[in-house]
Design a protein around this ligand. Structure first.
Ligand SMILES: NC(=O)C1=CN([C@@H]2O[C@H](COP(=O)(O)OP(=O)(O)OC[C@H]3O[C@@H](n4cnc5c(N)ncnc54)[C@H](OP(=O)(O)O)[C@@H]3O)[C@@H](O)[C@H]2O)C=CC1
Ligand SMILES: O=C(O)CCC(=O)C(=O)O
Length: 425
C-alpha cells in the first residue's frame, strides 16, 4: 500500500487518511532520532473488512460493509469507537483509528488506536434490524477484538444500547461474561458514571483552559455548536452551565440562532419532541452555510470530518475553535485559521474526554469496583488540564500550533514505545 500524499491532490478534496498523513509529515522534523521509526505511524497495523449480512424485517437479506482498523498497538491494546453512517469508508476508519493512536498518547492512556464502522444509514433500520446488524458485526470482528486486544466504544450513531449488544454477543461467543470488551455500556452492565457526558465535558475543560490563556471570560462568552448529538449537546449544556451563551446550534435538521442565547436543555427537549431544531421558540432559523459567518468567541464543530475548509475558514469570526468532532478542519484551513490568529484546540486533545472515561470504565470493569461520578469527573478534569498545559508548553517552545504540538508529543510517545519494543531480529 502506498500512503504518500500525491502532489496533485486537491487540498480541499483531501481524503481523511491523507489528512492524517499530512499531520504526521508536519511533525517529523521535530522527532529527532525517533523519526527513524516514523513509517510505523503511517501504516495501520491491522485492517479487517467484513461483510455483514442480516435478515430485514420484510424477510429479505441485506449486506453491509463493515470495518475494524487497529492502527497501532505499541502502547497497549487498540481502543476506539464504532461508527454507523451511510458515508463510512475504509479511508475514514483508517484515519479515525490513527487519530485514536495520537489522542490516546496525548492524554497518556495505555492504549494504541483502533476504530470501526459500518456503511449503513441506521435511521432506515428498525430496532430489530439494528440489533441483528450489531450482533453479526461483533461476531465478524470478534476474531480481533477483546478486553486485552481491542476495545470498541460509541461513536456517531452508536450508543450504550449498541454497546450492550456488542458486549452480549462477544460474551456469548466466548462462553463467559466479558464486560471489558467494550466501553460506553449502560451503567447496569458495567458502564461508568460520567461516560455519557465525558466527551462534551472534556471539550469544555480544554475550551475553558484555552479561553483562560487568551484572557476571554467564560461569563457571557458567545458559543456556537455544530452537531447536537452526544458530544455537541453535552458541550453546549456544560458551557451554558458555566455562564457562557450558546447563540447558535446546527444539526442535520436545522440551524437555529439567537443573539440572546439558546438554552441547550430546552433545545434538546424541543428536538426530542419535534424531531427537528427548526421552529424552536425564541430562535431564528438560518441557512446552514450562514452558521460559519456568526461572530462568537468559541466555535465547537461536533459533527463530522472536513467541515472547515478553504471555503469557509476565512469567513469564521471566532477566537477559539474547540474540535469536538474528529477531523473537522482540513490542513489548508488550519493554516488559514492560524494566520488569522484563531486558536484551534485540536480534536486529539479537545475530544479526548470520552476515551479517558472509557479507560476509567475499563479499569473499573477489571477490578469490579466502581467509582463515584465526582471522582470520575475530578480525574477527567485533571487529565484534560494537564494534557492541555503540557501541549501549551510545547507550542510556546517550538512556536507551532497546538495541533502540531499535540502530534509532536504523541508521535514521540508512540515511537519511543516502538523503539523500546524493537523489532524481531
Ligand atoms: N461519542 C463520543 O464519545 C465521541 C465522539 N467524537 C466525535 O464527535 C463527533 C460527533 O459524535 P457524536 O456526538 O458521538 O455523534 P452523534 O451521532 O451522537 O451526533 C452527531 C451529531 O452531528 C449531527 N450532524 C451529522 N452530520 C451533520 C452535518 N453535515 N451538519 C450538521 N450536523 C451534522 C447529527 O445531526 P442529526 O442527529 O440530525 O443526524 C448529530 O446531531 C464525531 O466526529 C465523533 O467521531 C469524538 C470523541 C468521542
Ligand atoms: O471511548 C472510546 O474508546 C473512543 C471514543 C472515540 O471513538 C473517539 O474518541 O473518537
Amino acid at each position: 500500500m502506498n500512503f504518500e500524499i500525491p502532489s496533485y491532490l486537491d487540498k480541499n478534496n483531501i481524503g481523511p487518511y491523507e489528512i492524517y498523513l499530512e499531520q504526521v509529515e508536519r511533525v517529523t522534523p521535530y522527532l529527532g532520532k525517533l523519526a527513524y521509526w516514523v513509517e510505523t505511524l503511517k501504516r495501520p497495523k491491522r485492517i479487517l473488512v467484513v461483510d455483514v449480512p442480516i435478515h430485514l424485517d420484510d424477510g429479505s437479506v441485506a449486506h453491509f460493509e463493515g470495518y475494524r482498523v487497529q492502527h497501532n498497538t505499541s502502547r497497549g491494546p487498540a481502543k476506539g469507537g464504532v461508527r454507523y453512517h451511510q458515508d463510512v469508508t475504509l479511508s475514514e476508519v483508517m484515519a479515525l483509528s490513527a487519530w485514536m493512536t495520537i489522542k490516546n498518547a496525548v492524554v497518556g492512556l495505555p492504549y494504541g488506536g483502533g476504530k470501526g464502522g459500518i456503511r449503513v444509514d441506521p435511521r432506515k433500520l428498525s430496532m430489530g434490524e439494528l440489533e441483528r446488524l450489531t450482533r453479526r458485526y461483533t461476531t465478524e470482528i470478534g476474531i480481533i477484538i477483546g478486553p486485552d486486544k481491542d476495545i470498541p466504544a460509541p461513536d456517531v450513531n452508536t450508543n450504550p444500547q449498541v454497546m450492550a449488544w456488542m458486549m452480549d454477543t462477544y460474551s456469548m461467543n466466548e462462553g463467559k461474561t466479558a464486560t471489558g470488551v467494550v466501553t460506553g455500556k449502560p451503567i447496569a452492565l458495567g458502564g461508568s458514571l460520567g461516560r455519557n457526558d465525558a466527551t462534551g465535558r472534556g471539550v469544555f475543560v480544554a475550551g475553558a483552559r484555552a479561553m483562560q490563556k487568551l484572557g476571554i471570560a467564560l461569563e457571557g462568552a458567545r458559543v456556537t455548536v455544530q452537531g447536537f448529538g452526544n458530544v455537541g449537546n453535552a458541550a453546549a449544556r456544560i458551557f451554558h452551565d458555566h455562564g457562557a451563551k450558546v447563540i447558535a446550534i446546527q444539526d442535520i435538521t436545522g440551524t437555529i440562532y439567537s443573539e440572546a442565547g439558546i438554552n441547550p436543555y430546552e433545545a434538546l427537549a424541543f428536538l426530542k419532541e419535534h424531531s427537528t431544531l427548526k421552529g424552536m421558540p425564541g430562535t431564528e432559523s438560518i441557512e446552514p452555510s450562514s452558521f460559519w459567518d456568526i461572530e462568537c468567541e468559541v466555535l465547537i464543530p461536533a459533527a463530522l470530518e472536513k467541515q472547515i475548509t478553504e471555503e469557509n475558514a476565512d469567513r469564521i469570526k471566532t477566537r477559539v475553535i474547540v474540535e469536538g468532532a474528529n477531523g473537522p478542519t482540513i490542513p489548508v484551513a488550519d493554516d488559514i485559521l492560524s494566520a488569522k490568529g484563531v486558536l484551534v484546540v485540536p480534536d486529539v486533545l479537545a475530544n479526548a474526554g470520552g476515551v479517558t472515561v472509557s479507560y476509567f470504565e475499563w479499569v473499573q470493569d477489571f477490578s469490579s469496583y466502581f467509582w463515584t461520578e465526582d471522582e470520575i469527573n475530578a480525574r477527567l478534569d485533571r487529565i484534560m488540564r494537564e494534557a492541555f498545559d503540557s501541549l501549551w508548553d510545547v507550542k510556546e517552545r517550538h512556536n507551532v500550533t497546538l495541533r502540531t504540538a499535540a502530534y509532536i508529543v504523541a508521535c514521540a510517545r508512540v515511537l519511543e514505545a516502538r523503539a523500546l519494543r524493537g523489532l524481531y531480529p
